[in-house]
Ligand binder design. Structure first.
Ligand code: UDX
Length: 439
C-alpha cells in the first residue's frame, strides 16, 4: 500500500520506518526541513535504540522516502497517518490542536483520490468528528476521503519493538471499508495473532487517554504511598514489591521515585481533565488533578531531601545530577523530572553539573543556564552530593569505591530507587532514597 506518515517525531518517524518494514511504500512528511534532510540521508534525528538500523534498511530497500510537501503526500498516499504533536497549549491545560488542524488544512484540498486519513496523535475526544467536518469542507467535491483513529501506545526507548510487535491494535472507524483498509495495513501484525479492537472513533480516541491516565494514576499512587512511608519511617520498596505480587495489581508501573515526565503522561492527563470540563463532567476526572499534584510534588520532595542531606541549605553546594532525559534509553527531555530538579537546585544557589549519556544536546538547548558534562566522572568531581534522577543502566554499573575518591563528600540521593544502596553504603557513602528510611 502507499502510505504517508505526517509528522516525523519520536512517534511518526518510527511508525514510518515500521510501515516500510511491513512492505508498504512510505512517504514521511514533516515541516522541519533539517529533520527531513537528515532522515532522507538515513540519519536518525533523535536517540531511539534500533531505529537507525530500521531507517537505513528501509531507505536502502527503496520503500521509505521523505518530503516536506503535504501536496505531494496527498497525491501519493492511499492511507495518511497523522503523527504530529499535540502539546499543552500555552497558558492552558488543554491540548494544542494547531499542528493536527494544519495537516488537514494543508492536505485536504489536494485529495483527489480515494484515501483514508488515520489519526494517531493523542487528541481530546471528539477531535476525529471535528476533523471529518473540516475534511468535508476542504476536500475537492469528487474525492472520497474517510477518517479513522488508531491510537499509538509505543513507549520511547522501546519504540521499534512496540511498533513492529504492539500488544494490541485499536482502531476507531466509521465504516466497514475503513476497517478493511486498516486490516490490510496491519496484515503482518495481525498474522501474529495480535489482539485487534475495532470500535467507533470516539471510543478509540478515549482508549489512548484512558490508558495514559491509568498509567499516571498507578505511578502517582505508589508515590503517594511513598510519601506516607517517609512520614512514618517505613520502606516503599518492599511495600511496592508486596503489592506487585498481587496479580490484580501487578508490579509494572509501580516503581516509586521522582515521578513521571515526558511528552505524553503529564500533558495527556491535563488535557483529559480540560476536555472533561468542556463536556461538563469534570467531577468524574477530578482525581487526575491530584495525580498531577502528587507527581509534581515528588520533584519538590527530591529537592527538599537534597537540602536536608546538605545540612539545610543548597547555597553554593556542588551537586552532581545524574540524568537529564525523562527516562532512560531516550534523549527526550520534555517535562523531564531530572531537569526540573536540576533547575530548582540551581535556583536555590547550588552549583549543579548535569550528566546524561544521550540527552545533553537537547538539555543544553532547552536549559542553557545549567552546567553539563558528557563524562560521568566529571560530574562527581568535587561534588558534595550526587542525585540519581534518570535510571540509565550506566549508573547502576558505577563504582562507588572509585567515585568516593573524586567527590568532596560521599553523599548520594537515589531519586529513582534503582541503585544498589547497600553497595554504596558499604563503600562509605551516606545514601538516602525516595520513600526509604535513613540509616
Ligand atoms: C507513555 C506510555 O507508556 C505510552 O503507552 C504512550 O504511548 C506514551 O506515553 P513514554 O512517554 O515513552 O510512554 O514513557 P513511559 O515509559 O510510560 O514513562 C513515563 C514516565 O513515567 C517516565 O518519566 C518514567 O520514568 C515514569 N515512570 C514509569 C515512573 O516514575 N514509575 C514507573 O513505575 C514507570
Amino acid at each position: 500500500m502507499r502510505i504517508t506518515v505526517i509528522g516525523t517525531g519520536y512517534l511518526g518517524a518510527v511508525h514510518a520506518a515500521g510501515m516500510a518494514q511491513f512492505g508498504h511504500d512510505v512517504l514521511g512528511v514533516d515541516v522541519d526541513v533539517q529533520k527531513i534532510d537528515r532522515l532522507a540521508q538515513g540519519h536518525a534525528p533523535f536517540y531511539e535504540p534500533g531505529f537507525p538500523e530500521l531507517l537505513r534498511e528501509n531507505i536502502d530497500a527503496g520503500r521509505l522516502k521523505f518530503s516536506t510537501s503535504l501536496k505531494e503526500a496527498a497525491e501519493f498516499g492511499d492511507v495518511h497517518f497523522i503523527c504530529v504533536g499535540t502539546p499543552q497549549r500555552p497558558g492552558s491545560t488543554a491540548a494544542d490542536m494547531k499542528y493536527v488542524d494544519a495537516v488537514i488544512e494543508g492536505m485536504a484540498p489536494h485529495m483527489h483520490r480515494p484515501c483514508l486519513i488515520v489519526g494517531k496523535s493523542t487528541v481530546p475526544v471528539g477531535t476525529a468528528a471535528r476533523l471529518a467536518t473540516m475534511v468535508a469542507e476542504l476536500a475537492p467535491a469528487d474525492s472520497r476521503v474517510d477518517l479513522a483513529w488508531n491510537p499509538e501506545f509505543l513507549r520511547e526507548g522501546f519504540a521499534v519493538n512496540d511498533t513492529l510487535h504492539p500488544d494490541r491494535l485499536v482502531v476507531g472507524v466509521a465504516s466497514a471499508h475503513s476497517d478493511a483498509v486498516l486490516r490490510e495495513v496491519y496484515a503482518t501484525i495481525l498474522s501474529d495473532g495480535t489482539p485487534y479492537i475495532s470500535t467507533d472513533v470516539a471510543t478509540a480516541e478515549l482508549v489512548k487517554v484512558s490508558a495514559n491516565a491509568f498509567l499516571a494514576t498507578k505511578i502517582s499512587f505508589i508515590n503517594a504511598i511513598s510519601e506516607v512511608c517517609e512520614a512514618v519511617g517505613a520502606d516503599i520498596m518492599p511495600l511496592a514489591a508486596a503489592l506487585g505480587h498481587d496479580a490484580r495489581i501487578g508490579s509494572r508501573f509501580l516503581s516509586p521515585g521522582v515521578g513521571f515526565g515526558g511528552g505524553c503522561l503529564p500533558k495527556d492527563i491535563r488535557a483529559f481533565l480540560a476536555r472533561a470540563e468542556e463536556l461538563g463532567i469534570e467531577e468524574a476526572l477530578t482525581f487526575l488533578k491530584n495525580i498531577d499534584t502528587i507527581n509534581v510534588n515528588r520533584r519538590r520532595s527530591a529537592v527538599d531531601l537534597a537540602k536536608v542531606m546538605l545540612g539545610g541549605s543548597l547555597q553554593d553546594k556542588r551537586i552532581a545530577v545524574l540524568g537529564a532525559a525523562f527516562k532512560p534509553n531516550s534523549d527526550d527531555i520534555r517535562d523531564s523530572p531530572a531537569l526540573s530538579v536540576a533547575n530548582a537546585l540551581q535556583s536555590q544557589g547550588a552549583h549543579v553539573r548535569v550528566h546524561d549519556p544521550e540527552a545533553i544536546e537537547n538539555a543544553r538547548a532547552a536549559h542553557p543556564a545549567l552546567n553539563y558534562t558528557t563524562e560521568v566522572q566529571k560530574a562527581f568531581e568535587g561534588a558534595e552530593l550526587a542525585i540519581h534522577l534518570t535510571e540509565w543502566q550506566e549508573y547502576k554499573l558505577l563504582d562507588p569505591v572509585h567515585l568516593s575518591t573524586l567527590v568532596s563528600a560521599p553523599r548520594i540521593l537515589d531519586a529513582r530507587n534503582t541503585l544498589d544502596i547497600d553497595h554504596w553504603r558499604s563503600a562509605g557513602w551516606t545514601v538516602r532514597a525516595m520513600g526509604r528510611p535513613a540509616r
